[in-house]
Design a protein around this ligand. Structure first.
Ligand code: HEM
Length: 399
């Protein structure tokens, strides 16, 4: 435990570090990757380029530091991050590397302002935070391994089927090469794929939500091909999966993880909102509700750019016909000739109020602007926070 003087130093320096937060973490990543290039096999290079990961890590370290004397208050957030770390295969021995390079970056950026006492306080605080992550992750590694059908690290899966869902989304049905059982999962969880395309120097890891209910002897992921747009390069992994990986090929994946899950203990109405490929966890949740709790009211709302980019339309229409308690709505941002939808443009609060129940639990996932708009609409409507649930694809951002 930190003594009260150290706690005082940590709390009084957090605002200073926050001002320099981005510079510190960018410096930190640059030196860490120079000293430990092997870590480029774990970190998402695209997120680094866009500065998303430096921001997420900086925010987490400061949030933890502010709570250093009552870390239990931020345990849910720590657990969400630890789930991602477990899925990526982060090990205890990685923590000192991050710690050393983070402290060195603080020193470099703050210069003389970073006295020995300040650095010592942060060294101790980082050690405490790291120990919390390490012990939670150890527990998660054990749970993933001991679960029926579970495993530790990455396991080889055969691409049993590859199915085109739209112009940009393709599903991959994955069966374990060893033929043994696979771990079940909560609707909303993801698996992490590890690939090393021939033209790449490093291994690349990506999380993909499971896109069916957990009732099959396979996992299904549905991947959007990320094309190059302006200065954003094409997605390495999504393009590799779309163009290079075929039925019969092997993909290495880690066991299901994630804390964005459907609360099946409730019987409130549910509203599932998705934008684009954000539909993947929603389809898993929807199928699960229809299967396990067919009397629960569900509204499924999906927004896509147009008909050609819209995946699983037939499937949702079929489910809507079969299930009296399910209503589904379709919004196209810019419909093309022949497209039919319930609304064109965007989802807005007046429209949402006409189709959704204010007593519902709301789950949503999609591009960041979509998520901001939905979150704002729900806040404006007065939906309490404990009935608003969302997931970012990529590092968590603020809404
Ligand atoms: C992701 C915090 C230690 C590797 C993240 C995220 C946060 C975070 C907030 C973003 C989660 C999200 O996607 O929403 C921390 C904190 C640490 C720590 C507070 C120390 C106490 C480590 C260590 C490693 C590591 C030791 C391994 C060297 C990663 C990777 C990601 C990640 C690879 C995914 C980022 C990406 O590839 O985009 N971490 N982390 N982290 N962390 Fe950590």
């Amino acid at each position: 435990m930190l003594d009260s003087k150290m706690i005082e130093i940590i709390k009084s320096t957090v605002p200073v570090l926050e001002v320099h937060g981005q510079t510190i973490t960018k410096t930190f990543y640059q030196t860490m990757f120079k000293n430990h290039p092997e870590l480029l096999n774990i970190f998402n290079h695209a997120n680094q380029r866009q500065g998303k990961q430096p921001a997420a890590l900086a925010n987490a370290v400061y949030a933890a530091a502010v709570h250093i004397d009552r870390l239990e208050e931020i345990l849910p957030v720590v657990k969400g991050i630890a789930q991602k770390h477990r899925a990526l295969g982060i090990q205890p021995e990685h923590y000192p590397i991050v710690g050393e390079n983070l402290l060195a970056a603080i020193k470099t950026v703050l210069g003389d302002a970073a006295t020995d006492e300040i650095i010592e306080a942060w060294r101790q605080a980082y050690g405490i935070i790291a120990d919390v992550f390490i012990s939670i992750e150890a527990q998660m590694y054990n749970e993933a391994t001991e679960q029926k059908g579970g495993w530790r690290g990455f396991r080889r899966f055969i691409v049993d089927r590859k199915v085109k869902e739209s112009d940009v989304i393709t599903s991959f049905y994955l069966k374990p090469e060893d033929g043994n059982e696979i771990a079940s999962y909560q609707p909303g969880q993801y698996i992490t794929v590890s690939v090393k395309p021939e033209n790449q120097e490093f291994t690349h890891l990506r999380h993909y939500s499971l896109s069916t209910a957990p009732v099959h002897p396979y996992y299904r992921i549905s991947v959007k091909r990320e094309d190059a747009i302006m200065d954003k390069p094409a997605g390495i992994v999504s393009n590799y999966l779309h163009t290079q990986v075929e039925e019969g090929d092997i993909l290495e994946i880690s066991a299901p993880a994630g804390d964005f899950t459907l609360d099946q203990s409730k019987d409130t109405p549910v509203v599932l909102l998705s934008g684009g490929v954000g539909l993947t966890p929603m389809v898993s949740m929807l199928e699960t509700i229809l299967q396990n709790d067919p009397e629960r009211e569900v509204v499924y709302i999906h927004a896509a750019r147009n008909g050609s980019q819209h995946a699983m339309n037939k499937h949702i229409k079929g489910l809507t016909k079969q299930h009296a308690k399910l209503r589904s709505y379709l919004i196209y941002e810019s419909p093309e000739i022949g497209d039919s939808c319930d609304k064109s443009g965007f989802i807005d609060l007046p429209w949402l109020k006409t189709v959704a129940d204010s007593q519902a639990d709301f789950y949503f996932c999609g591009p960041v602007p979509f998520m901001r708009a939905i979150n704002q609409a729900l806040q404006e409507w007065g939906i309490p926070e404990d009935r608003i649930h969302f997931e970012f694809f990529g590092p968590a951002d603020s809404l």
